[in-house]
Design a protein around this ligand. Structure first.
Ligand SMILES: NC(=O)c1ccc[n+]([C@@H]2O[C@H](COP(=O)([O-])OP(=O)(O)OC[C@H]3O[C@@H](n4cnc5c(N)ncnc54)[C@H](OP(=O)(O)O)[C@@H]3O)[C@@H](O)[C@H]2O)c1
Length: 257
């Protein structure tokens, strides 16, 4: 998400291979790189297959050392959308996430941000409004003004702080995209011994058991596990074919306790 990939040619071929294998939903942001990731996607995949759904994010920017900060004023959101269109080489994007950067409860500023997103949708720049890093209050508040296509929050078997948001999305038929589906760094779910035991018993890898659990607990989950590895790409794609038995579902569901 910061700087160029170690091997640009490998990144391009990984993107192409993902789409060849049926990946039809790519999550990106102008501030990944910055710009580097959108340029890679464009170089690898433009002109895009008609079934490919490209989704981006606005509301944040990156500093010179990779630090992330808010760029979330309504006019910055609009500019962010236009920048994504330019770098990805499209006239419209299927959807764009408003990445909420402030911990505050929904307020007049959030309303102004939503209005900027709705205007972009009404002007045809984006097909749908997504929300990211939001609370249940944000979701309920936003739904009074706008159809929300999808919510993207951190979620995995160890971090289920967004469980209530996931459930509300499910109740309302809104897609839910967990980010960090395999955990982050030291919280990586993959090192968890309970997950490892369940995976070994089922004959799959811990990553596959983890992703499969996320797919099984709710029908509205769309997965975007990031990877720079061809081996992990193929492994992660196979997760959709793995069936967790009730013991595995139960033990993985207990990991957050
Ligand atoms: N809305 C937000 O605020 C927000 C925040 C963070 C991320 N995101 C989005 O969510 C996407 C996913 O984020 P992420 O944090 O999961 O991805 P990420 O930052 O790309 O990291 C995923 C990590 O998991 C590893 N990995 C992937 N598959 C694996 C496997 N089968 N076995 C072992 N390790 C594996 C990857 O290593 P390898 O490269 O070696 O496979 C990588 O280190 C991002 O691409 C981004 O679009 C959104």
């Amino acid at each position: 998400m910061f700087g160029p990939p170690a091997d640009r040619a490998a990144a391009i071929s990984l993107l192409r291979e993902a789409v060849e294998h049926g990946v039809d939903h790519i999550d990106t942001a102008e501030y990944y790189g910055p710009v580097v990731v959108n340029e890679l996607i464009r170089e690898a995949l433009h002109p895009y297959p008609s079934e490919l759904v490209l989704v981006s994010k606005v509301g944040a920017a990156r500093g010179r050392r990779g630090e992330i900060f808010a760029a979330d004023q309504p006019d910055q959101l609009r500019r962010g959308i236009v920048d994504n269109l330019k770098s990805l080489g499209v006239d419209t994007l299927a959807a764009v996430n408003l990445r909420v950067m402030r911990a505050s409860a929904p307020d007049a500023f959030f309303d102004d941000q939503l209005q900027a997103m709705v205007s972009a949708r009404d002007d045809g720049l984006i097909g749908g409004v997504r929300l990211s890093n939001i609370s249940l209050d944000h979701l309920e508040h936003a739904l009074r003004f706008v159809d929300v296509a999808c919510v993207q929050n951190e979620f995995n078997p160890v971090d289920r702080a967004s469980q209530s948001v996931l459930e509300e999305c499910r109740r309302r038929d809104i897609a839910f995209v967990p980010f960090a589906p395999l955990g982050f760094g030291s919280t990586s779910v993959l090192r968890n011994p309970v997950l490892a035991r369940a995976a070994a018993r089922l004959g799959c890898t811990p990553a596959q058991a983890c992703l499969s659990w996320e797919l099984e607990i709710a029908p509205n989950v769309l997965l975007i596990p990031g990877t720079s590895s061809r081996h992990h790409l193929l492994e992660n794609l196979e997760a959709s074919r793995i069936h967790l038995d009730s013991d595995a579902l139960h033990s993985i569901s207990q990991l957050h306790r």
